[in-house]
Design a protein around this ligand. Structure first.
Ligand code: MN
Length: 735
């Protein structure tokens, strides 16, 4: 780098710092600005010789994270300082004590929390989950740890371009698996949507670019439609002297893609590409009345769909979201979603938790308690939890995204539960003891079983009996993590009782053949009965699943020696491949490593050459090759990343791969003939099966065929699409 370039860089750092201060200004008081400056100087100094992978000076990153905290989450001085210093303890010479001495315990605690969770997913599975649990524990201490962490993750996702492909996929998967749901749960809608869009950008670049392009090319027409639609509403609102703003924004790329996937439709058929948002300025006291007045104006012009009215003003979502949603019929015959809310509600919807603080104390509003309640629940779950960390992450995650229902106690108290919650979930929500003894419920005076699915508005009275006990089957229909973990705790307790009885039996039986219960005999028992844990073994003895007489047989039994330790994770894979092929590599070359490494193509996604793939080390079946966009990929990549090996196709392979095509079009004479002609004319394509069906002049078909690679498949799809009457050709994975 030249002197001049370095000079330019320094100026740029100062420029970015000044921008940060400018945005933070409204939040600053006392000596805040001085403290921020001190943190900035400390960070610049600590990171001075470091650069990011992109080549930029490292300080750009903490500056950007602080900037996100201020302008996108609305956080203040403590968070800005923490963001500026968030990487110093982990990456530089500075210690947490240095932070504490200079900035006090609050900042030190936050940075300590951030440092601990920095590698949530970098180590082994259980450790990752354990770290995630720790991260949530800090949530109950100081939610700012999670907020700064989300800002950090957002900036890393925004700058993911400079990472190698396998890292991109791993980071993107973690993001969609945990961070986006977490942002959603904390009410940070803008950040949640951006994280999802960025995930798609890296996981499925083709799809992402296609949707971006289509949104762009339909922009003018959409703008015209929106202007015509809102025109009469605006005129009327102005006449009545409302102060307001109207926005017509397209939905996020990820949510459009989700719709296309779920309903199996092309972009053009997604009708609710955008929502109209009316934001009114009004005082806190008049909020509700004003929103309903606007609703009345909107529905004077357009007929509403009575099934699509959502009133999140009277009952806010528990992440704090408040708004009035209605879907109305436009004059061109399409449904349009209209969201009505006040300036305050809009700010909370965009910025979430931090914005709540700003309005705290203005009046006693219920949305606040909703979020506080959730944090309280997380805390409770963490403190009294005996599940393994991994189980916990799964349970917790399934609760993050769930839609909610609102139900009532016999006294008319409102309770929020995730959708699909049952009477038993409600019982556990009331009290652990009530849940454990629940035998049924009265819902709206009617007697129902414990697995009855609750609906919004239900009033529930729980029926209990002292004879009732939780059982395994209950886990099949409860959905709240509270109920799940309580039932599991109970079952585990029961298991321990049975196991300790089993252990006594084992001791007695061993004694009869003059053996002691020690490490050696335990190993033998596990090997003989093929069990992985002693708890399971003793339990099976205690429950009579294992015949106690069998135990004595281990005196004569000798285990067969294992020939070779199987590949168990990415690291052993690397060693193994170097030994076998003599080359230094951590990449599986599909085709070339065919005979040396035991691998198969995953049945869930049927990869073919050309697909973006990775290898996953399974416990029993060697390495499985999955497509990056396999439905199971996100979970595998984010939760078990230490078992993921990089994989790439080698080009020379002459093998064929099974894949499937779905075709749809208008029926005419000879169409099947044409389809088979196109396929068999294509070099080296073999049809395995073809099934078609014609209903009301439309034919649909599924063809299973063997192709060489994606390029080959694409050519074929193009040719089929050109056939007369063909409407749609798409790929599917034959199970
Ligand atoms: Mn960072």
């Amino acid at each position: 780098m030249t002197e001049l370039e370095l000079e330019e860089e320094k100026k740029e750092i100062v420029r970015r710092y000044r921008r940060l201060l400018r945005h933070a200004k409204p939040y600053l008081k006392g000596d805040d600005a001085k403290r921020i400056k001190k943190a900035f100087n400390m960070s610049v100094d600590a990171h001075k010789n470091m650069r990011r992978r992109s080549g930029e000076p490292y300080i750009f990153h903490p500056l950007a994270v602080a900037q996100i905290c201020v302008s996108e989450i609305g956080l203040g001085t403590t968070s800005i300082i923490s963001a500026l210093l968030h990487d110093v303890v982990e990456d530089t010479e500075l210690e947490i004590e240095d932070i504490e001495r200079n900035f006090g315990t609050k900042v030190a605690k936050i940075i300590d929390g951030l440092t601990k969770i920095s590698g949530v997913f970098d180590q082994g599975t259980s450790l990752q989950a354990e770290n995630f649990r720790k991260m949530l524990l800090t949530l109950s201490e100081d939610v700012r740890v999670i907020l700064v962490k989300l800002a950090d993750r957002l900036h890393n996702m925004r700058t993911l371009d400079s990472m190698p492909r396998n890292k991109q996929i791993k980071i993107a998967s973690e993001t969609i698996y945990l961070y986006a749901p977490l942002a959603h749960r904390l009410g940070l809608y803008a950040i949640k949507s951006e994280l999802e869009d960025l995930y798609l950008k890296y996981a499925e670049p083709d799809v992402f670019n296609m949707i971006v392009e289509k949104i762009r090319s339909t922009k003018a027409a959409r703008g015209r439609f929106i202007r015509n639609f809102i025109n009469p509403i605006q005129t009327e609102m102005r006449k009545r002297k409302f102060r307001f703003e109207v926005k017509g924004r397209p939905k996020s790329i990820f949510s459009i893609w989700n719709k296309m996937q779920k309903q199996d439709i092309p972009f053009e058929k997604v009708y609710d590409l955008f929502a109209i948002r009316i934001i009114v300025d009004t005082s806190m006291e008049e909020e509700k009345a004003v929103c309903w007045q606007v609703y009345s104006i909107v529905t004077d012009f357009y007929q509403p769909n009575p099934d699509r009215l959502r009133d999140w003003i009277s009952t806010p979502k528990s992440n704090g979201y408040e708004s009035l949603h209605t879907t109305v019929m436009s004059r061109t015959g399409t449904w349009v979603e209209v969201q009505i809310r006040t300036r305050r509600m809009d700010e909370i919807a965009e910025k979430g938790y931090a914005a709540h603080w700003k309005y705290k104390g203005s009046t006693a509003t219920s949305h606040e308690s909703g979020l506080e309640m959730w944090i309280g629940k997380v805390r409770e779950l963490l403190e009294k939890n005996e599940q393994s960390a991994l189980e916990f992450v799964d349970d917790f995650k399934s609760n993050l995204f769930a839609e909610e229902i609102f139900v009532f106690t016999p006294k008319g108290e409102l309770r929020k539960l995730p959708a699909k919650a049952t009477a038993l979930d409600f019982a556990f929500e009331i009290h652990t003891e009530v849940g454990a003894k629940c035998i049924g419920a009265k819902v709206n005076q009617r007697l129902v079983p414990i697995n009855y699915k609750l609906k919004t508005g239900d009033q529930i009275e729980i029926l209990t009996s002292n004879k009732q006990k939780p059982n395994e089957d209950w886990l099949n229909f409860v959905v709240t993590s509270k109920a799940r973990s309580r039932i599991k705790d109970y079952l585990k307790e029961q298991k321990k009782v049975a196991a300790s009885e089993g252990k006594e039996i084992v001791k007695r039986k061993l004694n009869q053949v003059k053996l002691d219960l020690n490490n050696e005999t335990v190993e033998k028992l596990l090997g003989y009965f093929k069990y992985k844990s002693t708890l399971d073994l003793y339990y099976s003895v205690g429950k009579g699943i294992i015949d106690p007489k069998e135990i004595k047989k281990i005196k004569e039994w000798r285990p067969v020696k294992n020939k070779k330790a199987p590949i168990s994770d990415a690291r052993t894979f690397k060693k193994e491949i170097t030994e076998l092929t003599g080359r230094e590599s951590d990449m599986l070359l599909i085709g070339e490593d065919m005979d040396v490494v035991d691998y198969t193509l995953a049945k869930c996604c049927n990869p073919i050459p050309g697909d973006d793939v990775f290898g996953f080390v399974t416990t029993h079946e060697g390495i499985k090759i999955h497509r990056v966009n396999c439905p199971n990929a996100i979970e595998l990549l984010s939760k078990h990343s230490h078992r993921v090996v990089k994989a790439k196709w080698t080009s020379q392979s002459e093998i064929s791969f099974l894949t499937g095509l779905r075709i749809k079009g208008t029926d005419r004479v000879g169409v099947i003939n044409d389809v088979t002609r196109v396929i068999s004319n294509e070099l080296k394509v073999n049809i395995r099966s073809i099934v078609t069906e014609t209903v009301g002049g439309i034919f649909e078909g599924e063809i299973q065929l063997f192709v060489q690679d994606t390029k080959h498949l694409d050519t074929l799809i193009k040719k089929l699409e050109q056939l007369d009457g063909m409407e749609k050709v798409s790929r599917f994975d034959p199970a």
